[in-house]
Structure formats: C-alpha cells, structure tokens
Design a protein. Structure first.
Length: 307
C-alpha cells in the first residue's frame, strides 16, 4: 500500500533533513507542509471549500514527485547533487506554480531534474552523474546525456528545446531532451474537473479536453472516465508536440539529439479523491539509438499513462 499525502510530505522533508539541510519557513515545501498538518503535527482533512485547498492540490503533485525521487535516489555526497537539493529549498518559488509563469522558479526546475534522475536510477541506468547537459547516465555500456527543461508557456516550447539541444551538442554524447510541460499546457493550473467556461477556453488543456469529449460523446463538464484517461493523455501530449514539430526538428538538427520525452503532471478527481496522473510521450529522433534508451526509461516510470 502506498503512502498517504501526509506520509509522503513527512518522508520528503525528512529525506532533505538527513542530508543536513534546514527547512526554511519561506520554502514552498514547508508552507505546503504547514497546510497539511495542524499545530500538533496531526494531518488535516482539507475540503474543497477550504481556502487552502489549492495549496493542498499543489502539494499532492509536488510531494508525490519528490517522494518518488527520494525513493530511488541514493543518499550521496556528490557536490552537484547537494547543490540541486540546495536549489530545491530555494525561496523564489511561489507555493502555487501558476504565480511563477513569468519569473524564476528554481525549486521546481530542479524538482524536474530529480524526477528524471530517479527514473534513470530505477531503470538501473547507472552511474548517474549530475553534469552537463544536466544528467548523465549509462545503459548497456552506452552513455547518455539528458537535458531537462521545465516549460511554463507554449511560446517558450521551441526556444527551450533549442537551448537543450545546444547543451547536448556541447556535452558531445548522444542526448535526450526531457521536457516537463505541465504548466505550459495548463497555465491557469486548473484540475481536470474544472467546468469549462468561456474564460477557461484559453487554457490549452481544456480546449483539447472539450474537443476530445465531443469526439467521444462525453460530457466535457465531468471528469474523463478512468477507462479513457490513458488514451486521452497520450493524444493530448502528441497534439501539443505536433503544433511545433517542424520548428523543433529544425532546432535540434545535427545536435546529437536522439529523442525527446514529454512529461505532464495532471490532477484529476476520481471517486471523490484527487489523484495525480503523470503522462509521458516519447518522440524518437534517432530511432535505433533512442529505442534502447526509451525501453529502460519508460519501464521505470511510476504508475504513469505512457505514450
């Protein structure tokens, strides 16, 4: 049986403390933790009408991602790894990610790197080194460089992929670009159950949900049924990528990029409980080389909808 959200939050903060870091009051993780627990350290039940409900949903996403990361990343004295954890505790990030659309958010940026490193660790792509392009790993005697980017708006998508391709070219090894597109595809940070109105139509996620539900004869004001979720998320990420595919291909040409992986972390309500659904899409650039990497990487994904 998996950990509860409260148990996961405690596990994450304890894992950070074990490595000698003090949790500062300004850190988003501590602020989330305080919402989940009362003054006696008992976990709270947070209902939808609670003013802190949005923070609790954000905590569901961030603590689950970090809980997975600390499950599979060994305690290490590697200087670069410790620097990543130091950035994870940065005070810059807002508790609610949509408030950082136009500013720096180093904590969640490095959270994305830890998530990717944990997948590689679970897949036994070892040793894992935190060096350029961002993460290096090995599989079947082949070394790979991974450039990890977190894209917060649709217009950043191509530019950030080009930046990642430049990093891979400079690292001089076969490279994979991994993009967290959670906020880019849902900048208002709405959950999948929000009623679609004229205001939310400008949200990319809800536009696609509306079209998909029309095609499948589903009610777009209700959650996507469980038996449709896998297909929905795969089509959604593929749709997002295809809008910029030609520009992306030009930007990565002859840079050593063997493939691109997209991750999106979405919150949905299922049977009166909110759950995190993480969707993944792999896009091969050099088919034969990327296939070997992707087999290990995709199999190590934690309870994900895989594309």
């Amino acid at each position: 049986m998996g950990r509860s959200l409260a148990e996961t939050a405690k596990f994450v903060l304890d894992s950070i403390k074990k490595l000698g870091f003090e949790i500062q009051p300004e850190c988003r993780l501590w602020q989330m933790y305080q919402v989940l627990f009362d003054e006696n350290e008992n976990s709270r039940s947070i209902l939808e009408d609670d003013p802190q409900f949005g923070v609790a949903k954000e905590a569901l996403r961030d603590f689950q991602i970090l809980g997975f990361a600390f499950d599979y990343l060994e305690e290490a004295n590697d200087t670069n790894y410790l620097n990543i954890l130091r950035q994870l505790m940065a005070k810059n990030d807002s508790v609610l990610s949509q408030y950082d659309l136009y500013g720096n958010s180093p904590s969640r940026d490095y959270q994305a790197e830890l998530f990717v490193a944990a997948i590689c660790s679970k897949a036994r792509m070892i040793p894992i080194m935190y060096e350029e392009p961002d993460i290096c790993c090995s599989l079947n005697g082949n070394e790979y460089g991974i450039a990890v980017k977190r894209v917060k708006s649709e217009r950043q998508f191509v530019r950030r992929i080009r930046e990642a391709a430049e990093q891979i070219e400079q690292a001089r090894k076969p490279g994979v670009i991994v993009i967290d597109i959670t906020l880019a595809t849902n900048p208002q940070n709405l959950d999948g159950n929000t009623r679609i109105t004229e205001d939310t139509f400008e949200t990319y996620y809800h536009k696609f949900k509306y079209v998909y539900c029309e095609q499948q004869h589903l009610d777009h004001n209700k959650p996507i049924p469980d038996n449709y979720l896998n297909e929905f998320y795969k089509l959604y990420l593929a749709y997002f990528y295809r809008q910029k595919e030609e520009q992306i291909q030009r930007g990565i040409e002859n840079k050593g990029v063997i493939g691109i992986v997209l991750h999106g972390h979405f919150i949905n309500k299922c049977d009166n409980n909110y759950e995190l659904e993480t969707a993944t899409l792999g896009v091969p650039i050099e088919n034969s080389v990327f296939e070997d990497f992707s087999k290990g990487y995709i199999k190590a994904l934690p309870n994900l909808q895989v594309g």
